[in-house]
Write a protein that binds this ligand. Structure first.
Ligand code: F6P
Length: 364
């Protein structure tokens, strides 16, 4: 390695989404174009903590069509929330102690000769990896991704646009079968505590009701809205529910793992059924995190990655790439991590658009 040659690492961390492979590709292409070397770290930071180390050197040949245009992440990821159980690509899990964690990470970085790490992840992952990088004395640049689109400090994160398209496509499909059977069709949409995915998909998918965590609703208003739809001559209705809304009793619904949300649509199906509607509930699930990234995500992922490599070339450290007002820029990572997540603004343009279209978005 010459003095000008940098060897950088790239990893994906947290839940996967579409557009991650495009971002990895763009990191590799822009770094190699500068004469640098790129090592892909497997399974988030686990690849640097596992022994033997779990990584691969990446070249342009690794991205022959169609790989960069596929969903998922070619490097693997980890959102288990347990840093002491290290997953390897061969399926083995290694248990490590708290004392071993940071020294192993630092040693991994040194063994590979990395000067910087590009971390494509959510804000939770970035907070953890930034702690590791500081302890190891390695530069870090973050690139935000999440289908929830609630990453702090950025208007867009990788994966949101494709997920919104996937949900809209599902709503179009549910629409036809609902219409054939004169049903109320419920679609439960991911997003944790944020309603961006549910709300924007509901607008795109011509829904009658969109319930999101940011805005309180009443069950009675949902029923009134559905009755009004049928009374106006519609032969079916579409209800989009964000997984993170509370039931009318104030309780959240958790998936069987007890950690993530899921199942709130079953409550509504039961209640609406009791109230005389012909109703079916659909949990769209992890399909929302999959599929070929649409052009919007590929462009965002590419622009984010190029900006991240430019930052490293300029000697920057501890920055996160963001998208605001139509431009890609960057912010101090610690400052961004101190911000709250970005929920839907109850008085913002998306909610106003939905309401002007007659969608019941809660309250009244
Ligand atoms: O944060 C992304 C997300 O897809 C959420 O919308 C969802 O609640 C969660 O991850 C699901 O996580 P897991 O992959 O662990 O089931």
């Amino acid at each position: 390695m010459t003095q000008e040659t940098k060897r950088i690492g790239v990893l994906t961390s947290g839940g996967d989404c579409s557009g991650l492979n495009t971002a990895i590709r763009a990191v590799v292409f822009s770094a190699i174009t500068r004469g640098w070397e790129v090592y892909g770290i497997h399974n988030a930071t686990d690849g640097l903590i596992a022994r033997p180390l779990d990584y691969r050197k990446l070249t342009m040949a690794d991205f022959e069509f169609p790989f960069a245009a596929l969903g998922g992440t070619m490097l693997g990821t980890n959102n288990s929330g347990n840093p002491y159980r290290v997953t390897r690509s061969d399926g083995m899990v290694q248990e490590i102690t708290e004392d071993e964690l940071l020294p192993r990470f630092k040693d991994g970085v040194e063994q590979l000769g990395l000067s910087a790490l590009v971390v494509i992840g959510g804000d939770g992952s970035m907070a953890i990896v930034s702690k590791y990088c500081k302890a190891a004395g390695i530069s870090m640049i973050g690139i935000p991704k999440t289908i929830d689109n609630d990453a702090p400090g950025t208007e867009l994160a990788i994966g949101f646009a494709t997920a919104r398209s996937v949900v809209t496509d599902a709503l179009d499909k549910l629409d036809t079968t609902a219409s054939s059977h004169h049903r109320v069709m419920i679609a439960e949409v991911m997003g944790r505590g944020a309603g961006h995915l549910a709300l924007e998909s509901a607008i795109a998918g011509f829904a009658d009701v969109a319930l999101i965590p940011e805005i309180p609703y009443t069950y009675e208003h949902v029923v009134d809205r559905l009755k009004a739809s049928f009374a106006a001559g519609k032969k079916h209705a579409l209800v989009v529910i964000a997984e993170g809304i509370k039931k009318p009793d104030g309780q959240l619904s958790y998936a069987t793992n007890g950690r993530t949300f899921g199942g709130v649509s079953a409550y509504f199906a039961e209640q609406l059924g009791k109230d005389g509607f012909n109703v079916r509930a659909n949990v769209l699930g992890h399909i929302q995190r999959a599929g070929q990234p649409i052009a919007e995500d590929r462009i965002l992922a590419s622009a984010f990655a190029v900006h991240a490599v430019d930052l490293l070339a300029a000697g920057q450290n501890n920055r996160v790439v963001v998208y605001r007002n139509g431009r890609v820029s960057d912010e101090d990572l610690d400052a961004i991590l101190n911000l709250a997540n970005s929920p839907v603004d109850p008085n913002g343009p998306m909610v106003q658009t939905a309401r002007s279209l007659g969608i019941y978005v809660g309250e009244k």
